[in-house]
Design a protein around this ligand. Structure first.
Ligand code: SF4
Ligand code: SF4
Length: 147
């Protein structure tokens, strides 16, 4: 069965571990002071991934873990995928002149391994948790669009 990353904002203590262990700098923890909550945000590996649709060179594809991955040999650094991502989860490397994004650490995500409170989990993709993930994603998508 395929697996997905699930986040539980209520468990996040904003320690920053997930950000520092991510080799692709693909996790950002946002703190919402009014709601007294912190949320780790990373690529949702969207079903209809906008980044894949706009990439002019076919540099983005789906791997065996269902992660949307970048082929550095095909990436020309045009940043169209960055503009297209509704969650702002693709990073541009000035040094490499290419983009970097979450690749689910080839099926063994470091953010999951090192999170001390299990606020990020890598779980079987059942229909109910996929639905939950979509709800979380749409809430935060709306939030970022407002900003
Ligand atoms: S490692 Fe876990 S608890 Fe720490 S900021 Fe990341 S998600 Fe939150
Ligand atoms: S920056 Fe690279 S991966 Fe992104 S759209 Fe352009 S060629 Fe594709």
């Amino acid at each position: 069965m395929k697996k997905i990353l699930m986040i539980s904002p209520k468990k996040c203590i904003n320690c920053g571990t997930c950000e520092s262990v991510c080799t692709n700098s693909a996790v950002n923890v946002f703190s919402f002071e009014e709601a007294v909550i912190s949320v780790p945000i990373m690529c949702m590996q969207c079903e209809d991934a906008a980044c894949m649709m706009v990439c002019p060179t076919g540099a983005l594809s789906r791997d065996e873990n269902d992660a949307v991955v970048v082929d550095p040999n095909k990436c020309i650094g045009c940043k169209m995928c960055i503009s297209a991502c509704p969650m702002g989860n693709i990073n541009y490397s000035i040094n490499l002149k290419k983009v970097m994004k979450c690749n689910l650490c080839e099926g063994n995500p470091d953010c999951v391994k090192y999170c001390p409170t299990r606020a990020i989990e890598y779980v079987d993709a059942t229909s109910s948790n996929i639905e939950k993930k979509k709800i979380v994603a749409s809430k935060f998508k709306g939030l970022f669009e407002d900003e």
